[in-house]
Design a binder for this molecule. Structure first.
Ligand code: NAG
Ligand code: NAG
Ligand code: NAG
Ligand code: NAG
Ligand code: NAG
Ligand code: NAG
Ligand code: NAG
Ligand code: NAG
Length: 432
């Protein structure tokens, strides 16, 4: 028994720590290097970042890509991105390289750079869209001209130790692997060309590497019970509590208070949960064949606008969504047989941006779900979501025994009996 419990505990911890997201099992960011030409000892490569994650994008201030050269390679020039540091190029005379560091770090250029510094899919300030939302926005690319690099696919050495920040930590990148060369279509689409050599690096995200605490929480309410179940206290850690701002504070009328800080430091509204974002799920109506839910997302950070936000919800009735008002909805089918997860995002020019905390810092929608007579119930918290993610990070739900009860004494007795049983089991484990 004790072995079983600790094994279970280990499994839970392990599954949380692993870089694996059950709602997006194939999600990753792939970095692809295509060598387009060789010159004696130099090559020109196109580096492409593809975000294959369904609902996790890279927000402003954007991605940072680093690697370590295998030998003494230098970067003569870069188009569409730039190295953050040039490093020591004193061994060169005349032509000075763009970057001489053995571990260069690259960032995207900002929109609006001169035409001759641009490259296809570049210059978006490092913002990389989510694949499930807009595949055409989920790609970023730049061109490098690399020197002291070998003269052919036999002498070139793959860079090592790729790192991806997006913009904070959370991504882990694997080794570069040589893959079949990429095939390109010429602009008139009548001729195919191919890269001279291609290698790929795959990076995956883990929330636990990204941050110690959740970054959002869920509160619940229903038409059948007046209790609003709030987010658990200090869900997102209370270290920032000393600097939080009351919503009626005079500070908020000062000019520049909303300007984002370079280090992305938030300025949070004081709440018990201290989360930058809260998702509220309200079970609104129960009709004969349908039921209705209202979802609202509130931003508590005065220094952050969330552009192209995503909300992912797992609930067994999402296979029968009939109508979603004022959000876009798209079912995600991570496993062929299960259709219980979906992604919501804002409507373009209407609410695809979740504004900074304050009077406009929220977005909301209602949805109508068709009841499946065999599964639908208001009991045991069934009507509440199983998992909620905002911008790809899982939100903390309240403990299940705190969910709004259906006013039905028999059910409450049942629940308190099961609470009693579980307490008893905990007690047994504790004295073991
Ligand atoms: C990365 O994502 C793509 C698209 O989902 C998938 O085809 C590929 O297998 C993934 N790569 C790895 C190493 O998981
Ligand atoms: C290197 O190039 C040769 C032809 O030049 C090709 O046959 C070989 O498969 C290439 N190797 C790799 C690893 O791309
Ligand atoms: C790559 O990173 C690992 C661990 O961070 C380090 O031990 C190793 O020396 C690095 N390799 C290179 C070539 O920098
Ligand atoms: C390499 O990455 C590209 C996307 O950048 C992907 O289309 C391709 O399937 C990957 N190749 C392999 C063998 O994983
Ligand atoms: C959010 O966007 C609005 C309008 O686009 C802008 O006025 C405001 O300064 C932005 N706030 C932040 C924190 O970036
Ligand atoms: C999943 O459910 C949605 C309704 O939310 C439906 O439109 C879609 O066809 C379903 N997909 C599959 C594969 O069952
Ligand atoms: C709900 O959806 C499932 C599969 O998507 C379908 O088989 C079932 O008939 C639907 N139920 C209702 C009540 O529409
Ligand atoms: C509403 O739910 C709460 C649990 O969150 C419970 O304590 C309370 O008794 C319920 N109210 C009614 C009228 O059943």
């Amino acid at each position: 028994m004790r072995f079983f419990v600790s094994a279970l505990f280990f499994l839970v911890i392990f599954s949380y720590a692993a870089t694996f997201d059950p709602l997006d099992p194939n999600g990753n960011i792939t970095i692809k290097w295509d060598i387009m030409s060789w010159t004696p000892d130099d090559y020109v490569a196109v580096v492409t970042l593809n975000n294959f994650q369904m609902y996790r994008h890279i927000m402003s201030p954007g991605w940072t890509l680093g690697w370590t050269w295998a030998r003494r390679e230098v970067i003569w020039s870069a188009v569409g991105a730039q190295a953050t540091e040039q490093g020591d190029c004193s061994r060169f005379k005349g032509n000075i390289p763009h970057c001489c560091k053995t571990n260069p770090t690259f960032v995207d250029l900002l929109p609006g750079v001169p035409y001759n510094q641009q490259f296809t899919n570049c210059c978006k300030g490092g913002v990389l869209g989510a694949w499930g939302q807009d595949p055409s926005a989920a790609v970023s690319a730049f061109q490098l001209s690399v020197g002291s690099a070998g003269t052919s696919n036999r002498t070139v050495r793959l860079p090592r130790n790729f790192t991806l920040l997006g913009p904070g930590p959370g991504y882990t990148c694997g080794r570069a692997r040589v893959v079949p060369p990429t095939i390109f279509l010429t602009p008139d689409r009548r001729r195919k060309t191919q890269a001279l050599m291609t290698w790929n690096v795959t990076c995956t995200y883990s929330q636990i590497l990204a941050r110690k605490y959740p970054s959002c929480c869920v509160s619940l309410s229903s038409f059948y019970n007046d209790t609003v179940v709030p987010c658990p206290p200090c869900t997102c850690g209370c270290q920032t509590k000393d600097n939080c701002v009351k919503s009626d504070s005079k500070i908020l009328s000062l000019v520049g208070v909303n300007t984002p800080k370079k280090d992305n430091k938030p300025l949070l509204q004081c709440t018990r949960h201290m989360c930058p974002v809260r998702v509220h799920w309200h079970v609104q109506r129960n009709y004969k064949d349908y039921w209705r839910v209202k979802v609202s997302i509130t931003n508590f950070n005065y220094r952050m606008n969330y552009t192209l936000w995503t909300l992912v919800v797992q609930h067994p009735n999402l296979n029968n969504v009939t109508q979603v008002f004022s959000f876009d909805y798209k079912p995600l089918v991570p496993y062929e047989s299960i259709n219980d997860t979906g992604m919501f995002n804002g409507l373009k020019f209407f609410n695809d941006q979740l504004m900074e905390a304050g009077p406009f810092g929220n977005v909301q929608s209602e949805m109508l779900l068709r009841k499946d007579k065999n599964t639908f119930t208001l009991k045991e918290g069934w009507a509440f979501p199983r998992k909620v993610y905002f911008n790809g990070d899982e939100c903390q739900l309240p403990p299940p025994d705190a969910y709004p009860f259906l006013p039905n004494s028999a059910y409450q007795n049942l629940l308190s009996f099961s609470t009693f049983i579980s307490l008893f089991i905990f007690f047994l484990i504790a004295i073991w």
